[in-house]
Design a protein around this ligand. Structure first.
Ligand SMILES: [Zn+2]
Length: 320
């Protein structure tokens, strides 16, 4: 039996089922609550997250990968309580998003890798919850500065454990290509990497370059049509890109998700719901899958992207 570290304990990879590969449960501003605890209503957040995870489960979602890192305000005691109440399978992450703490800037990537390994081997924030995936993030065309340290640390922790890597990119900057370069320099098998936010572009040449080096594409921002004045893609546009890549034979290289959250302290919940009404865990099962079928994607290809590929990503483990 092959297992992956989940928030509630090891999950048999055969039981992962329908998996959303890039979501968040709770996003918090780092350092805010330790200074001004009154801005965070813990009971409200728990209640809301349990309800959102319950809706996802009722829509057919079996597993959620929570890619919330320390610099996204990762709070494992809180997530563990939410997961206990919701009963959803959740996989937690180590690694960093783009705000790599200054502690690491003048240190070796091995210092960071050792902490990632602690999250994977012993557990996160004293909870005993072990990370099942490693995150790294960059927006620019070139991976540089403190972000390069975190890519090298992610690569080293990955090679010591076999725990897969999932990235954040700005696909309009084609940042996935240089991410692959750094990983390859570190000896990473690129088929063990998900290049995230690849669904934000219609540039099929760029996407095929990533695919041809063996990585998975995260088509993982369904419902996020726009952000901060920047126009991304609508759901029909995202569906058309996936349908075309399926037609070209890449269904075994894509995973689907929303990059949504149950609660983000960056905005009021009402603001979030009015601005992005489809940015929720249930958009793919309820709306996107029928649209993919209508666009000519087969049920077998959908199963591949939502079930088989996630299982394959978590099943290949062990150091190399
Ligand atoms: Zn994310």
């Amino acid at each position: 039996v092959s297992t992956v570290n989940g928030v509630a304990g090891p999950i048999d990879t055969a039981q992962l089922g329908f998996t959303l590969m890039h979501e968040h449960i709770v996003l918090q501003s780092v350092g805010l609550r330790s200074n001004w605890p009154e801005v965070f209503d813990r009971e409200f957040v728990v209640r809301r997250a349990v309800a959102k995870l319950g809706e996802a489960k009722a829509s057919g979602v079996d597993t959620i990968v929570d890619l919330t890192t320390a610099d996204n305000g990762r709070d494992m005691p809180l997530v563990a309580e939410i997961v206990r109440q919701a009963g959803t399978q959740v996989i937690a992450t180590t690694g960093f998003w783009m705000q790599v703490p200054r502690y690491f800037h003048l240190r070796s990537p091995d210092v960071m890798a050792d902490l990632f390994l602690r999250d994977i081997g012993e557990g996160i924030q004293g909870t005993g919850v072990k990370a099942g995936i490693i995150k790294a993030a960059s927006n620019d065309r070139e991976v540089a500065g403190p972000l390069e340290l975190s890519f090298r640390a992610a690569a080293r922790a990955h090679r010591r454990t076999g725990v897969p890597i999932s990235t954040h990119t700005d696909s309009l900057q084609q940042s996935g290509l240089d991410q692959q370069r750094v990983f390859a320099e570190e000896g990473v098998d690129l088929t063990r990497v998900v290049i995230g936010h690849s669904g934000d572009t219609q540039d099929l040449d760029y996407l095929e370059r990533l695919l041809d080096r063996g990585s998975y594409l995260g088509m993982d921002r369904f419902g996020l049509d726009h952000f901060g004045g920047q126009q991304f893609l609508t759901t029909p546009q995202r569906v058309a890109v996936i349908a075309e890549l399926c037609r070209r034979g890449y269904a075994d290289r894509m995973v689907l998700s929303h990059d949504a959250s149950s609660f983000a302290d960056h905005r009021e919940p009402e603001y979030q719901e009015q601005t992005w009404p489809d940015w929720r865990y249930t958009h793919i099962p309820r709306d996107v899958l029928p649209a993919l079928l209508a666009a000519g994607v087969s049920q077998a290809q959908i199963d591949r992207m939502t079930r088989h590929n996630p299982r394959a990503i978590f099943e290949r483990q062990g150091a190399y």
